[in-house]
Design a protein around this ligand. Structure first.
Ligand code: UFG
Length: 345
């Protein structure tokens, strides 16, 4: 049976994508994940939700020999989806070499394997961070919006990662590649059985909201109330993680059917809706009935004022649209938080 190898299959977006891929009985899905920033038990969660076998090889994607072994042992690999990467913006500023080493080495190893093992299709997790800090005239962002200097070493690994893939496709005409630029993935599987597992204190807004509501964290600080937005807080394009996952399935099907017009293509994945931090908090309070303890504080260095997507290209070319509302995202994130708390009590 055709097999899709995903890296980072125990991680947040990787595991949700595994769930959506396994919904199609025509694919086997095999993961490679060292679980440096995720949990091996995610395999059981994916199996419980899908009722199908899901295998993870607990190895580091930076180790080419071990990665090669997985490809040698796996029959009929038709696609690679490369999620595994370090992703904390602040950590990347403190440890740029660690970030460059990890994110480039693993990408290069997977591209090498796609060539060596004749895997024809490759999908890369990129980010809207490649657009940098834009002024309002550039919003919403399309794939043709000019790319600026990356704001962090993490962002640069996505920007340069895309360029590495583009150069690779020129030299390797047998492999078709897509980069998917995610906006702000949030939420959890609707079952409440799988979601984001921040290993330490969360940096991202939604886990911070749910942990504050759960009483794990005392208070949420809204970073900045003096931006030039409708309520003074930053605007982002939040997108449900399952919508992101289904976009990967669509992109893969598109490549498998040879419908791609170029050997390398890029797509934005956003809902198209700009939502402020305060609106996100209100949506959470509305769907959960929980009152959130928050204050409006100073700006966080490095934050862009506003960014949201024009995802028309993904709609027209891949036939994909984001369906979940901000309320759906918050409700599912809260269900997951409650599931985690029920497990620990
Ligand atoms: N925010 C708060 N309080 C918090 C956490 C976040 O107000 O405790 C705000 C941020 O200031 C921002 C918004 O919530 O306005 C979203 O912040 P996140 O940290 O959740 O997400 P970012 O938009 O900063 O980060 C996302 C991706 C990164 C990517 C970055 C680049 O998560 O992977 O966009 O634009 F690099």
């Amino acid at each position: 049976m055709p097999t899709i190898i995903i890296t980072g299959g125990c991680g947040y977006i990787g595991s949700h994508t595994a769930i959506e891929l396994l919904a199609n009985p025509a694919f086997e899905v095999v993961s490679i994940d060292s679980c440096v920033n995720s949990e091996p038990q995610t395999v059981q969660r994916v199996e419980q939700i899908t009722g199908r076998k899901f295998t993870n090889h607990l190895i580091d994607t930076c180790d080419l020999e071990l990665v090669r072994k997985v490809f040698e042992e796996t029959d009929d690999v038709q696609g690679i989806i490369h999620f595994a990467a370090l992703k904390a913006v602040g950590d990347s500023v403190k440890d740029p070499l660690g970030y460059y080493h990890n994110n480039f080495e693993s990408l290069i190893n997977l591209l090498r394997c796609s060539e060596e093992f004749s895997v024809p299709n490759f999908i890369f997790s990129s980010s809207c961070t490649v657009y940098g800090d834009l002024d309002e005239s550039h919003l919403p962002v399309t794939e043709n919006t000019p790319i600026t200097r990356a704001a962090s070493p993490y962002g640069n690994t996505k920007l340069v990662g895309e360029q590495i893939i583009q150069d690779f496709t020129i030299a390797t005409p047998t492999v078709n590649c897509i980069s998917l630029r995610y906006f702000n993935p949030v939420g959890a599987h609707t079952s409440g059985l799988n979601g984001e597992l921040p290993s330490n204190r969360p940096n991202n807004l939604v886990p911070f909201i749910t942990q504050t509501a759960a009483g794990i964290l005392p208070q949420l600080t809204v970073f900045g109330g003096d931006y030039h937005t409708r309520d003074g807080s930053c605007v982002r394009d939040y997108i449900h993680v399952t919508d992101i996952a289904t976009a990967h399935v669509k992109a893969l099907e598109y490549l498998l059917a040879n419908r791609n017009s170029d050997q390398y293509e890029v797509f934005n994945l956003g809902s198209g809706q700009g939502v402020t931090v305060l609106e996100a908090i209100q949506a959470f309070e509305k769907v959960t009935g929980e009152k959130l303890n928050y204050v409006v504080g100073p700006r966080r260095p490095g934050d862009v004022e506003a960014i949201y997507s024009d995802s028309t290209k993904a709609k027209e070319v891949l036939g994909w649209v984001a369906v979940a509302s901000i309320e759906d995202m918050m409700a599912s994130a809260w269900k997951w938080q409650q599931h985690l708390m029920a497990k620990t009590t």
